[in-house]
Write a protein that binds this ligand. Sequence first.
Ligand code: FES
Length: 99
Amino acid sequence: MFVALERLLNLEEGYRRTFQLAGRNLLLMVVDRQPLLLENRCPHQGVPLHNATLAGWVLRCARHGVEFDFFSGQALNAHCPALTRFELVYDDDRIGVDL
Ligand code: FES
């Protein structure tokens, strides 16, 4: 079942919004014109990532400074699991997920 999250025309560079869906806290972001959906939870110790800073393609959690490659999800400066990402689905003028 397709669940729409956002209209494509709203996905501007720098877009960042959280969603509660199926018991998960999700974070939709646009970086380098590419939308990505990830769990809004740092794999290090679980704090939300919606206030993380972004430098190029590196997402830096505000709590302890672990940095993640935004596209691969891999931690760059710590031994830590990768970001949890979700596949985005396009449907007409909307973007969302299949549940
Ligand atoms: S909780 Fe994100 S770096 Fe520790």
